[in-house]
Design a protein around this ligand. Sequence first.
Ligand code: ZN
Length: 160
Amino acid sequence: MHSNSLYQEVILDHNRKPRNYGKLNPASHHAIGHNPLCGDRLDITLQVEDERISAVAFEGESCAICKASASMMTTAIKGKTRSDAEMLIAEFRELATGKLDINQPHHLGRLTVFSGIQDLPTRVKCAILPWHTLQAALNSVSNVSTEDTSNDLQAVSSQS
Ligand code: ZN
């Protein structure tokens, strides 16, 4: 279950020691994501071999929530298949926007510490940006923004 102290502890830990921080070279997939509302900017590189994410790295300038979400995302998806990663992207979006019932079966594990983000509408995009950027990279889209008119995150901003 979510608790504020666990949430803060996890955010602090991943900001002090971000996992998989840096840039892969070579990388089979790459995308840059922006969240203009906060100023978050992430650069995500992936190595996908036989439909499996064998390596992932991120770097950029972002707030603590975005950085912790990116760091935890890299550990969650490393070694996973592309379809498992797509499932986690969908589940995390639902979690962050309050649409996921965390008492039902899901695959998010420790990522559920972000369940409280739904009560902070201005920070939802900070938490989602890494996942949004990952999805873009997997689909060979090189540049994305949380403010793109064609994505469902618009519904989030209209609430804030
Ligand atoms: Zn942010």
